[in-house]
Design a protein around this ligand. Structure first.
Ligand SMILES: Cc1cc2nc3c(=O)[nH]c(=O)nc-3n(C[C@H](O)[C@H](O)[C@H](O)COP(=O)(O)OP(=O)(O)OC[C@H]3O[C@@H](n4cnc5c(N)ncnc54)[C@H](O)[C@@H]3O)c2cc1C
Length: 422
C-alpha cells in the first residue's frame, strides 16, 4: 500500500489547490475593497461575540468585505488572543508562556479605516437588536454572530482574561510539575496525551500516569491513531491506565493528591491535572432565545446556513440575522479551529447575502477540517486525518522548535512576533 503521505497528497492536492486559489482571490478582493468602501456617518453594526479562532477570523474577513454603510464590532473579554494550541506545552516548559498571548492590534490591518472596532468587554445578554455588556454599554446590531466557544479546565484554557494573570496560571502549573515526582493526568484526549508526553520527555525522571475512562485514547479519532499514540507514550515511559474512571479530588483543580478508583483502590500523586470536560459558552442566549440551546449539549442550535434555529418554544422569534459558529455551535463540523474558520467564511458570506438580498450558502464540513496535529513529547508529532468512509492518513514527523512555532500564530492574526522567552 502506498505510504500515507503519498495517499494524502494524491487525495487532497485538488482541495489544497482550490483553497490556495480561494485565498489569493480573497487577498485581491480585500485589496480592492479598501478603495471602494466608504465609512458613512450612520453605519449599521455587524457584531461578533468572541474573538478567538472563529470570531477573530470572521471579524477580520467582515472588515475586508462589508459594504459601505456597515461596520464590524468585535467584542472579546480577553486582553490578548489566547493561542491555546500551545498551552499544554507552555504549562510544562518554562520561559515561553508570554508568547501564547497575541495582541489584537494587528487584526484590523489591511482593512479600511473605521470599518473595524474591537471592544474589550464581556457580553452579558442580548435583547432585540442590542448586545448588553458588563460595563453597562449597549451595542446595537443589524447582524450578530455568536462565537463564544467553550470553557475547559486549565491548561486547555485559562481562567484569567488578563495576559499577566494568565501567564501566572501557566507558570504555577510549571512549578507544580517541576516540584512533583508522581504526576497523574486525567483524560486521554488531545490535551491529556500532549501533556503526558511533554512532561515525560522534558522531565524523564518523573513518574507520569495517564488515566483515561475508555479503552481507546483520543476516542474521536480512529483506532490506528490510538495504537500509534500508545506505542509512543510507552516508549517515552508514560504509564497508561485505560478504562479507569477515578473520582476527581473534590477541589476539582487537581490540588488534591489522592485518586480513588471505582474498585476502592486509592493512588497518591504529587500533582493531578484533570484534562476533561468542555462546557459550551452558550448562556448569552439564556434570556434571548433559550430554545436555541440544545438541552443535551448546551450548544447553540443552528440551521445549515449557521443562522440560529428557532426551537419549539412559542416565545422563539425570527432569528434570521443571528448566527452561531465554532465550538459553541451545534454544527455537523468538527470542534477544531479549522472548522471555525471555514464556518466564519460561510457566516461572512451569508451576512453579505442578507444585506444584498441574495441566496444563502450552507455549511458542509470537509474531512480535512478535522485533521489533528498532535505533539508527542519534545521531538515528535503525528498528523492524522480520517475520511467519513473510515479511510485514514497517519503521518508522523519530527519537531524541532520547543515553542511549537508560535510565531506562525502571531502572523495568522496580523501581529508582529516579539519573542519574550528566556
Ligand atoms: C490545547 C488545545 C490544542 C488544540 N489544537 C488544535 C489544532 O491543532 N488544530 C485545530 O484546528 N484545533 C485545535 N484545537 C481546538 C481549537 O482550539 C478550538 O476548536 C477553537 O479554539 C474554537 O474556537 P472558537 O473561536 O469557536 O471558540 P474559543 O476558542 O473557545 O473562543 C471563544 C472566545 O470567546 C470569548 N468569549 C466567551 N464568552 C464571551 C463573552 N460573554 N463576552 C466576550 N467574549 C467572550 C472567549 O474569551 C474566547 O476568546 C485545540 C484546542 C486546545 C484546547
Amino acid at each position: 500500500m502506498a505510504s500515507d503521505t503519498l495517499r494524502f497528497v494524491r487525495k487532497y492536492w485538488p482541495l489544497f489547490l482550490e483553497f490556495t486559489i480561494t485565498l489569493v482571490a480573497q487577498r485581491i478582493k480585500a485589496f480592492t475593497h479598501r478603495f471602494t468602501y466608504h465609512l458613512l456617518p450612520t453605519c449599521k453594526n455587524v457584531v461578533v461575540l468572541g474573538g478567538s479562532f472563529s470570531g477573530a477570523f470572521l471579524a477580520r474577513r467582515l472588515g475586508e468585505s462589508l459594504p459601505s454603510g456597515y461596520k464590524v464590532i468585535l467584542i472579546e473579554k480577553n486582553s490578548h488572543f489566547n493561542f491555546c494550541f500551545n498551552f499544554p506545552r507552555y504549562s510544562v516548559v518554562q520561559g515561553h508562556e508570554q508568547n501564547a498571548f497575541i495582541p489584537y492590534d494587528g487584526l484590523a490591518s489591511g482593512t479600511p479605516a473605521g470599518i473595524f472596532e474591537i471592544i474589550r468587554d464581556t457580553a452579558t445578554g442580548i435583547r432585540d437588536e442590542e448586545v448588553e455588556l458588563a460595563s453597562g454599554k449597549r451595542i446595537p446590531f443589524a447582524y450578530l454572530a455568536v462565537a463564544t466557544g467553550a470553557l475547559q479546565p486549565p491548561p486547555a484554557r485559562l481562567l484569567s482574561s488578563e495576559k499577566n494573570e494568565a501567564c501566572a496560571e501557566l507558570k504555577a502549573l510549571q512549578d507544580r510539575i517541576i516540584g512533583g515526582k508522581k504526576i497523574g493526568i486525567i483524560g486521554g484526549g488531545a490535551v491529556g496525551v500532549q501533556l503526558a508526553g511533554d512532561i515525560k520527555s522534558f522531565y524523564p525522571d518523573k513518574h507520569v500516569v495517564l488515566i483515561h475512562s475508555r479503552d481507546q485514547l483520543l476516542p474521536s479519532f480512529g483506532v490506528r491513531l490510538h495504537k500509534y499514540v500508545v506505542d509512543k507514550l510507552q516508549d517515552l515511559g508514560v504509564e497508561l491506565m485505560l478504562g479507569e474512571r477515578p473520582a476527581i479530588p473534590s477541589t476539582g483543580d487537581g490540588t488534591g493528591t489522592d485518586l480513588v478508583f471505582p474498585d476502592g483502590r486509592k493512588e497518591t500523586f504529587d500533582v493531578i491535572v484533570p484534562c476533561i470536560g468542555q462546557i459550551p459558552n452558550s448562556s448569552i442566549l439564556d434570556g434571548f432565545s433559550p430554545s436555541s440551546i440544545s438541552p443535551q449539549t448546551r450548544r447553540i442550535l443552528v440551521e445549515s446556513t449557521l443562522q440560529l434555529r428557532n426551537g419549539e418554544d412559542p416565545k422563539s422569534r425570527e432569528l434570521h440575522n443571528v448566527f452561531a459558529l465554532g465550538d459553541v455551535a451545534e454544527t455537523d463540523g468538527y470542534r477544531m479551529a479549522r472548522s471555525g474558520a471555514m464556518q466564519a467564511e460561510v457566516v461572512r458570506g451569508n451576512i453579505i447575502a442578507l444585506i444584498n438580498d441574495k441566496e444563502l450558502e450552507k455549511y458542509s464540513p470537509i474531512a480535512a477540517e478535522g485533521g489533528l496535529k498532535l505533539s508527542l513529547g519534545k521531538d515528535e508529532y503525528v498528523m492524522y486525518v480520517q475520511d467519513p468512509d473510515g479511510t485514514d492518513f497517519l503521518i508522523p514527523g519530527k519537531s524541532s522548535k520547543v515553542d511549537l512555532e508560535v510565531e506562525k500564530g502571531w502572523k495568522m492574526f496580523g501581529a508582529k512576533f516579539k519573542k519574550t522567552s528566556v
